[in-house]
Write a protein that binds this ligand. Structure first.
Ligand code: SF4
Length: 243
């Protein structure tokens, strides 16, 4: 049974809903009080179709749903493809001295620009004082903000903070929530289907099997990223052999 105490102290309450398993579990946990929540969702324009379906199902069920549209593909075309590794050759200084012609950006900067910041600004503009998130300790080595944190100008409520992945899946099955097919493949769903970063999501096999069109876009981006990293990696390898 969830303790609804945080809700008693706030009248402007947001539920941050990505369409992933954790925010879906939070949504179902708080079903009895949906009338007191506004759901906030960022659509980067690159959601997996099956995630988009889940988002649509929830949007149709809840009383208030705010869809914030961003354009991750346009942003990355302008500022650079995101990557887990960014060679200095692809940074603004590297580009300025002609070390490469291909900008790459840190994946955290890309996610912050296309997902976190737009969500945050919209909630602040709407006067939200309590934000509910599905963040769990199991997802990160260290939580950037704990339950009850107020540094963003609103209080954070993390009802699943100490849940495991398995607890989330068990709960979703128990309440009959729509579990996205992508979870048969991996424990986390991608924020952007064709993002060439977050390599640990292992999207190549899944996209190739279920979305050949998206796979082609993803593969083209990953080739660009690899073509920038591999020569730098090779230089490191040659030097490392002498150590
Ligand atoms: S998932 Fe990838 S493309 Fe989407 S916002 Fe994050 S880093 Fe950028």
């Amino acid at each position: 049974m969830i303790d609804l105490e945080p809700l008693t102290r706030h009248s402007r309450t947001a539920l941050q809903f990505s369409g992933g398993k954790d925010s879906l579990a939070v949504a179902f946990l708080l079903r009895p009080v949906w009338d007191r929540l506004t759901f906030y969702h960022v659509d980067t324009g690159d959601l997996l179709p099956e995630v988009r379906e889940v988002v649509g199902e929830v949007e149709a069920m809840v009383p208030r749903f705010v869809r914030i549209e961003t354009h991750a593909r346009d942003w990355t075309a302008r500022f650079g493809l995101p990557s887990d590794l960014v060679p200095t050759t692809c940074t603004p200084v590297g580009l300025a001295i002609g070390a490469s012609k291909q900008p790459l950006v840190d994946r955290f900067v890309c996610c912050a620009s296309n997902i976190m910041a737009p969500m945050n600004y919209r909630m602040q503009a709407d006067g939200v004082t309590l934000a509910v998130r599905g963040t769990k300790r199991a997802d990160l080595a260290r939580l950037p903000a704990e339950n009850g944190d107020t540094t963003l100008g609103y209080e954070l409520w993390l009802p699943l903070q100490d849940w495991s992945h398995e607890q989330v899946f068990d709960y979703l099955r128990e309440v009959g929530a729509p579990i996205c097919r992508v979870y048969e493949h991996k424990v986390n769903a991608p924020e952007c289907a064709t993002c060439p970063a977050w390599w640990n999501e292992g999207r190549a096999g899944y996209l190739r099997e279920h979305h050949p069109d998206l796979f082609e876009i993803y593969a083209a981006k990953l080739r660009v990223v690899a073509s920038e990293i591999v020569p730098v990696w090779e230089t490191l390898r040659l030097e490392w052999e002498k150590i």
